[in-house]
Design a protein around this ligand. Structure first.
Ligand code: KIV
Ligand code: ZN
Length: 521
C-alpha cells in the first residue's frame, strides 16, 4: 500500500456551501490558486447543477488550475453528472464525484427508497460518470451510520462499476475514532476488490472528532483525506487540512505516511480563506489560531526561553508564519512591495515592479490596507479582464453628536456620473447608508455588521464586514479605512457592486436563454 496520503480539499464546495454569503468567481479562483500552491492533490470546487454561478466558477477554475486535479460534485443523477462533466471538460484532467446516501435513516426518510434501489443508482451513476473521465469518486453519504453489510455491498458494487476512489463520509460527525477506524478495517477485510480503488474519508466535526477520525482511518488503510482550510464546512465544519497536514508531518515516525502539502504555505492560505470567506478563526485553533504559538504562563515562557522544544512541538516558521509583518498601505514604498513579494517567494522575473506598484497604490487608496493575497491578485489577475466598478465612493462627510440627529453627505460616481446626496439617520453609519441607498437605488438590509481593528497604534485601520440580504441572497462586503464611518460606507458599496454584477450576469443569461428559445421555435 502506498504511503502517500492524497489530500482532497473541499473548501470551495463543502466549505463554501456553509458561508452566509457566497464567494464571487474571482474570489474562488484566488482560493483555488492558493490551494494549488499549497500542493493539494485534488480540489473539489463546486456543485455545478446547483446554480449557474456554481457552474461558471467550476468551469473557470478548471480552465486555470494545472497542478492539482479539479473535481466537481454531483448527486447520483445523470443530469447532475452531465453538468459536472460539462463544467470540467475544459481541464486537462479532472474528477467527477458522485454520491448517494446509504444509511437507513437517509435511505428511508430522505430518499424514500429501498437500499437495493440506491445501490443500483450508485452503480449507474459511476458508469455514467466514467463516460466523461476515468477518474470517478463515489461517496456513500452518511456511511458512518450505515449498516456495515450494506456499506460493504455498496463499496464492492461501485468499484466493480468503475469508481477509482470510494469515499466513506462521517456526514454527521457521529462516530468515535476506534469505531470509525474499525469501519475502514472491516471494508479492507471484507470487500474483495478493495485494492482496485483508493479509500477516502470525509469527516465532519459535530462532536469535535473529525481530525481524530481521519487519522484513525489512515491507520487502517485509508489513503485520501477530504478536508478544508480552517476546517470550514457544514455545521461544525469539516476535518481541517492544516491539522491533518501537520499531524502527518510531525508524527511521521509513528504514522509512516506523508502528503504533498507544502507546509510553509499553510498560514497564508488560512489567512486568505479567513478573509475572503469572512469566517473568523478561533484564537486557540490548532496550527493557525492567533494563540497557537504564544506562551502565556511564566513557567512556559521560562521553558521556551531555555529551549524552544520544551513547549513547542512545531515552529511558526514551519507553517510560513512570519513575525513582524508590515502593514501595506498607500504610504508603503516600492522597496516594501518588492521585499514582500520576495518573502512570498516571487522573484522580480515573475512580475513587473513598476506596473505592480502603480496598481498597488490605486488599490491602497481604495481599500486602505492591502494584503498579501491582494498583491498576488494584482499580479495574477492583471491578464483577466475585470469589469470596472459601477458604483464608486468619492467622498463621505458626517456630523453627529450625543443630542443631535446624525447628518451625512456622500458623493458617488455611478457609471461615470457624479451624484451627491444628503440624509439624516439614527447615527452616522445609518445616515451614510441612507445616502448610498438613495444614490444607487438599492434598498439594502444589513443583517450583520462587524467592526474590528487591523494593525496597531496610530496606524491601526478599522475593518468593517457586513452581510446583507438582497432578494433572498446573502452578500458580503468589506471596507477598510482609518475612519470607521468610511469603512462602513465602503463595505456597503462593495455589497452593492456585487449585487449589481450578479444582476448583470443573470440578465445576460436570461437574454442568451431567450435567444436559444427563439431559435429553437
Ligand atoms: O458530508 C458528506 O457526506 C458530503 C458528501 C457529499 C461527500 O459532503
Ligand atoms: Zn460533507
Amino acid at each position: 500500500m502506498s504511503n502517500q496520503v492524497i489530500i482532497f480539499d473541499t473548501t470551495l464546495r463543502d466549505g463554501e456551501q456553509a458561508l452566509s454569503a457566497s464567494l464571487t468567481v474571482k474570489e474562488k479562483l484566488q482560493i483555488a490558486y492558493a490551494l494549488e500552491r499549497l500542493g493539494v492533490d485534488v480540489m473539489e470546487v463546486g456543485f455545478p447543477i446547483s446554480s449557474p454561478g456554481d457552474f461558471e466558477s467550476v468551469q473557470t477554475i478548471a480552465r486555470h488550475i494545472k497542478d492539482s486535479r479539479v473535481c466537481a460534485l454531483s448527486r447520483a443523477l445523470e443530469a447532475d453528472i452531465d453538468a459536472a462533466g460539462e463544467a470540467l471538460k475544459v481541464a486537462d484532467q479532472f474528477r467527477i464525484h458522485t454520491f448517494i446516501s446509504t444509511s437507513d435513516i437517509h435511505v428511508q426518510s430522505k430518499l424514500r427508497k429501498g437500499f437495493d434501489d440506491v445501490l443500483a443508482m450508485g452503480v449507474h451513476a459511476v458508469k455514467h460518470a466514467r463516460r466523461y473521465t476515468d477518474d470517478v469518486e463515489f461517496s456513500c453519504e452518511d456511511a458512518g451510520r450505515t449498516p456495515i453489510d450494506n456499506l460493504c455491498r455498496m463499496v464492492e458494487a461501485v468499484i466493480k462499476a468503475g469508481a477509482t476512489t470510494v469515499n466513506i463520509p462521517d456526514t454527521v460527525g457521529y462516530t468515535v475514532p476506534s469505531e470509525f477506524g474499525g469501519i475502514i478495517q472491516t471494508l479492507f477485510n471484507r470487500v474483495p476488490n478493495i485494492d482496485k480503488a483508493v479509500i477516502s474519508v470525509h469527516c465532519h466535526d459535530d462532536l469535535g472528532m473529525s481530525v481524530a477520525n481521519s487519522i484513525a482511518a489512515i491507520q487502517h488503510g485509508a489513503r485520501q483525506i477530504e478536508c478544508t482550510i480552517n476546517g470550514i464546512g457544514e455545521r461544525a465544519g469539516n476535518c481541517s487540512l492544516e491539522e491533518i497536514a501537520m499531524i502527518l508531518k510531525t508524527r511521521s515516525e509513528l504514522l509512516g505516511v506523508h502528503t504533498n502539502i507544502k507546509h510553509q504555505e499553510i498560514y497564508r492560505t488560512s489567512q486568505l480563506v479567513r478573509n475572503l470567506c469572512n469566517m473568523p478563526v478561533q484564537p486557540n485553533k490548532a496550527i493557525v489560531g492567533a494563540n497557537a504559538f504564544s506562551h502565556s504562563s511564566g513557567i512556559h515562557q521560562d521553558g521556551v526561553l531555555k529551549s524552544k522544544n520544551t513547549y513547542e512541538i512545531i515552529t511558526p516558521e514551519s507553517i510560513g508564519l512570519q513575525k513582524n509583518e508590515l502593514n501595506l498601505t498607500s504610504r508603503s514604498g516600492r522597496h516594501v512591495i518588492k521585499h514582500r513579494m520576495s518573502e512570498m517567494g516571487y522573484s522580480e522575473q515573475d512580475y513587473e515592479l513598476d506596473a505592480l506598484y502603480e496598481s498597488f497604490l490605486a488599490l491602497a487608496d481604495r481599500k486602505g490596507q492591502v494584503f498579501d493575497y491582494d498583491l498576488e491578485a494584482l499580479v495574477f489577475f492583471s491578464q483577466i479582464h475585470e469589469e470596472p466598478e459601477q458604483f464608486k465612493l468619492k467622498y463621505v462627510s458626517v456630523q453627529s453628536g450625543s443630542n443631535v440627529m446624525a447628518t451625512a453627505s456622500v458623493r458617488m460616481e455611478v457609471g461615470g456620473e457624479v451624484i451627491n446626496e444628503a440624509a439624516v439617520g439614527n447615527g452616522p453609519v445609518d445616515a451614510v447608508y441612507q445616502c448610498i441607498n438613495r444614490v444607487t437605488g438599492y434598498d439594502i438590509r444589513v443583517d450583520k455588521y462587524e467592526l474590528k481593528s487591523k494593525g496597531e497604534g496610530k496606524d491601526a485601520l478599522g475593518q468593517v464586514d457586513i452581510v446583507a440580504e438582497y432578494k433572498e441572497r446573502m452578500f458580503h462586503g468589506m471596507g477598510l479605512a482609518t475612519d470607521i464611518v468610511e469603512s462602513s460606507a465602503q463595505a456597503l458599496v462593495h455589497v452593492i457592486n456585487s449585487i449589481w454584477r450578479a444582476e448583470q450576469v443573470a440578465e445576460k443569461k436570461e437574454a442568451i436563454q431567450k435567444k436559444i428559445r427563439m431559435e429553437t421555435v
